[in-house]
Design a binder for this molecule. Structure first.
Ligand SMILES: [Ca+2]
Length: 460
């Protein structure tokens, strides 16, 4: 992974302040995850996060992602002057449900004040990266000396910021228009102001850079995948924000796969249109890709951990008979389970097939195919029942459950079954999620001696 390569060359983590609109697109969530991973790996120190649109679940949804990475203490500020307020954002709502601390918008300081505090307390210089509307940066630049610092915003940024990296603008045309710089009055004003007055270098990653690099999606690990699913972007999105975050972390254009075109940018405050006068040694630069899109896609998906749900190393899945069934005690407690004898009877009767996943011969997971279970409406040759998907406790979260259940589902289909059903305890959210990812849907909630459970089914 790119982070490990550059870690070897970096002595101290780069302080970073991160701004995001965290609203209209789910690629902000991927960008945050990338920054949090870089923080954990010691490449950057994420000092503060500013949200530049204010929706009902802005703060708790963002906090949930930080908490999931064990970084719930990174301060989050809100730009309460933002023009986009109160609209319901589906992915925010989905993520906010995972916020453990009860954090809310009301707990956030004013974003520009938070930036001022973070900058004032720095020993070295920070990089500011913003993947949304740029008005917090404008508010910082316009800020006056206060209880936080004797310096005004211009001086503070000049002293404490090495570079500002912005996802914004479109630079492959003489004049371009892009959402972050033109969507609302304040965005336009802020983009124009920053280009005209910012005392430190600006680097832009434009619309044209990210639009064809499709990354992320519902299979991304953790809350990133949830955000993409809730945003109806199950198969990924263009990578404007994650590419900007990755560039800001890597720092060096050549290593990150870009060439910088230097000069001076300007944004029209009325229309949000941007233009660029190129010249050597200019204070601004826009990025031009020097590699194929597949290079950036691989880089982003690698950092996000896409595809990591596949088990590592080699494993084997096979059917076992009654003579080997007692070996499943390595996976679950056959002695205390009240149903063991029922399962044995079903194996004897030929209506239960037991499949196991082994690694180097060790039993890791089990998943059964059952042909007779009237409660689930099994029909010979047409509707089967999936049972006993269990992964040994110490081997969970490695993709084994998915691997064996996919195998068994494919087998049922091969045998001519067209539907398959299962039951899962309502509290077992990890299993419900797994089944949903395999295409099962809940059709009923029921209760038996083991508690409340969902009946789920899927067409094969
Ligand atoms: Ca964004």
């Amino acid at each position: 992974m790119i982070f490990e390569e550059i870690k070897a060359k970096r002595e101290t983590p780069t302080p970073v302040i991160f701004g995001t609109d965290w609203w209209s697109d789910c690629d902000d969530v991927a960008a945050l995850a990338i920054l949090l991973k870089a923080h954990k790996c010691g490449l950057i120190e994420l000092k503060a996060i500013g949200v530049n649109s204010v929706m009902k679940y802005s703060a708790p949804s963002l906090k949930a992602v930080c908490e999931q990475h064990g970084l719930g203490s990174i301060p989050i500020g809100l730009d309460r002057n933002a023009e986009r307020k109160g609209i319901l954002c589906l992915y925010q709502k989905a993520l906010a449900a995972h916020c453990k601390s009860g954090f809310s918008n009301a707990d956030c300081p004013e974003a520009y004040k938070l930036y001022r505090s973070a900058l004032a307390s720095l020993k070295g210089k920070a990089v500011i990266v913003d993947i949304g509307f740029p008005q917090i940066i404008m508010e910082v630049l316009r800020s006056q000396p206060d209880e936080i610092s004797d310096l005004n915003g211009m001086q503070l940024v000049k002293d404490k910021v090495s570079e500002i990296v912005l996802m914004g603008g479109r630079w492959d045309k003489p004049t371009g228009m892009e959402y972050n710089f033109c969507a609302y009055r304040l965005n336009r004003e802020a983009a124009a102001y920053i280009c005209e007055h910012c005392p430190v270098p600006l680097t832009f990653l434009g619309y044209e850079v990210g639009k064809d690099v499709i990354t992320g999606g519902k299979t991304a690990p953790g809350l990133v995948g949830k955000a993409y699913a809730a945003h109806f972007s199950a198969n990924g999105r263009p990578s404007w924000d994650p590419m900007t975050a990755a560039f800001a972390i890597i720092g060096d254009a050549e290593t990150a796969g870009y060439q910088k075109v230097f000069g001076k940018a300007a944004v029209d405050p009325k229309t949000g249109r941007n233009r660029f006068e190129a010249f050597d040694g200019g204070p601004h630069a826009y990025l031009v890709k020097t590699k194929e899109d597949s290079f950036y896609k691989k880089q982003i998906d690698d950092i996000l951990g896409m595809g990591k749900s596949r088990p590592e190393g080699s494993f084997e899945i096979r059917q076992i008979g009654l003579e080997d069934y007692s070996n499943c005690s390595a996976i679950w407690n056959m002695e205390t389970c009240p149903h063991t004898q029922t399962f044995i009877a079903q194996i004897k009767a030929g209506v239960r097939e037991v499949y196991i996943l082994t690694v180097d011969g060790t039993y890791i997971a089990e998943c059964d195919l059952v042909y007779e279970n009237p409660e689930y409406g099994t029909i010979p040759g047409q509707r089967a029942y999936l049972s006993r998907l269990i992964v040994k406790k110490a081997q969970r979260e490695k993709g084994y459950g998915k691997a064996i259940s996919e195998y068994v589902l494919a087998l049922a289909k091969e045998k001519g079954y067209r539907e398959i059903a299962l039951g899962v305890n309502c509290n077992n959210t990890a299993a419900v999620r797994l089944y949903q990812s395999l295409g099962f849907t809940i059709y009923e909630e029921a209760e038996d001696a083991d508690g409340k459970f969902y009946r789920m089914e899927k067409n094969l």
